[in-house]
Design a protein around this ligand. Sequence first.
Ligand code: ADP
Ligand code: MG
Length: 194
Amino acid sequence: KVYNGEVRVEALSEINLHIKKGEFVFLVGHSGAGKSTLTRLMIREEVPTKGQIMVNGKSLLRMRQREIPYFRRKIGFIFQDFRLLMDRTVYENVAFAMEAIEMPIGEVRQRVPAVLEMVGLKDKMNSYPHQLSGGQQQRVCIARAIVNDPMIIIADEPTGNLDPDTSWEIMNILYAINKRGTTIVTATHDREMV
Ligand code: ADP
Ligand code: MG
């Protein structure tokens, strides 16, 4: 992957990897190594300058623009900076991900409390993000990422803004999700965590 801006940046080269269904994979490397680029390539936010990427048996290069939203529904994303809707409650933030793909309201009412329970936030359902700690906010993001039952979760430095104990909790939640069969790809520069 080459970024052709004012200066030419070769962000990734000679990358060759195969991630199997059900694996828990860490992408490790220093800042600037290309971890975020690789995660963005996997969700087709970027396209490679050369090469091929297959996800769930589909070539991301051949994928048409209108197919992209459907492709992304099968993937859950988690970001370092949470990206929650600050003017909506915890419940609403998670429900929003289901409403975006037009899930029936009955299913939303059932599923949202269930995933919030899974990440240990059922009692914070009506709180706003600013009323939560960083670790709790990241757990909302995890709930949002898993609510539509994705096959794959891609997390870019999910513990980058969290203290070590909280990071450990978050990783344990991801580990539990992986044990249920979801493939997880996590970019991190935290070798100790790995
Ligand atoms: P990491 O996530 O491992 O820190 P990145 O994938 O963000 O690494 O960046 C890899 C390289 O690509 C860096 O040199 C960075 O400056 C460059 N880069 C990343 N995104 C862009 C972009 N949108 N435009 C130009 N260069 C970029
Ligand atoms: Mg990055």
